[in-house]
Design a protein around this ligand. Structure first.
Ligand code: PSU
Ligand code: MN
Length: 304
């Protein structure tokens, strides 16, 4: 395993010291945002984690090794590799066995974080149940990962391109706690309120850390989804983003976009259709999630 899993010196030192560490994914870099904003965002998100007193661990597969923590040059190279493999649970072992390079989705980042002993992971939005899933069967592997891998994931809810009621129903079936942070509503990524009530609510990082530890005490598999609403000043109201999402979905359908390509296609089209505003919102929410993730990691480290 040591040959397969390589921590950066900074992450290795944090692990030895029991210092708070926050995992960060890489699919958002290669498939979620255009260059150079993807690189700027990845650096800014790492900066947020550091400013909050934790160590960032951006995770990717490079040359057949799971890398936990990338240096500046590696981050730069990854940000300019848009054809990197998009790795979910199903792809991780194949990519490693081939000695290839790929970016980890929420599911694969959770697997890697657990292997590295990292309890908290911050991202933008998780994958979920796609609209029309009753026909397409398109349901992100992120949901089942949350059910089986014990990592607390901080996201701004699920992306509003999804079927959010079905996503919440499936998370409930899978036994995943969905915890809205400091509000009752489940957030919808670019908007603070999806119109749906979140099953659970917590108002402090300490509470979230206590619940994380309690799951371990009970021996429950799986993680927690912390749904942190986008900062108010960056939000795009549902009435504005809604029609844009509808148009992007219609185009995806008309062009026959399917499988792994769906989420990147929709994000790219929504970026174009909003004149970049969706990206500014995306960047703001990931940064906010990194700050909350660092606070939760600090509480977990304190209680360990
Ligand atoms: N959140 C973002 N941008 C992204 C993603 C999430 O703000 O690009 C990525 C994550 O890596 C997530 C993946 O795991 O999209 C979901 O893809 P799919 O729907 O194919 O499972
Ligand atoms: Mn899918």
């Amino acid at each position: 395993m040591n040959d397969l899993l390589a921590c950066s010196p900074e992450v290795a030192a944090a692990r030895r010291a029991g210092a708070p560490t926050v995992a960060l994914e890489s699919t958002i870099i290669t498939h979620g945002m255009p260059y150079p904003q993807n690189l700027e965002t990845a650096r800014a998100v790492e900066g947020e984690v550091r400013a909050a007193g934790a160590v960032p661990a951006t995770i990717a597969v490079i040359g057949g090794r799971i890398r936990i923590g990338l240096d500046g040059a590696e981050l730069d190279a990854l940000a300019q590799t848009p054809d990197a493999m998009k790795l979910s649970r199903a792809d991780l072992a194949v990519c490693l066995a081939r000695g290839a390079t790929g970016a980890t989705t929420v599911a694969a980042t959770m697997i890697a974080a657990r292997l590295a002993g990292i309890a908290v992971f911050a991202t933008g939005g998780i994958g979920g149940v796609h609209r029309g899933a009753e026909k397409s069967f398109d349901i992100s592997a992120d949901l089942r990962e949350l059910a089986q891998t014990p990592v607390t994931v901080v996201a701004a809810g699920a992306k509003a391109i999804l079927d959010l009621p079905k996503t919440l129903e499936l998370l409930e079936t899978l036994g995943v706690p969905v915890i809205a942070y400091r509000q009752d509503a489940f957030p919808a990524f670019w908007s603070r309120d999806s119109g749906l009530k979140a099953p659970l609510r917590m108002d402090s990082a300490a509470e979230i850390a206590a619940a994380h530890r309690m799951r371990a005490t009970l021996g429950l598999p799986g993680g927690q989804l912390v749904a942190n609403p986008i900062p108010p000043e960056a939000e795009i109201p549902p009435a504005e983003i809604g029609p844009v999402i509808e148009q992007a979905l219609a185009e995806a359908e008309a062009q026959g976009v399917g499988a792994k390509a769906v989420t990147p296609f929709l994000l790219a089209r929504i970026f174009e259709l909003t004149g970049g505003r969706s990206l500014a919102a995306n960047i703001a929410l990931v940064r906010a999630n990194a700050r909350l993730g660092a606070a939760i990691a600090a509480e977990i480290a304190r209680g360990a």
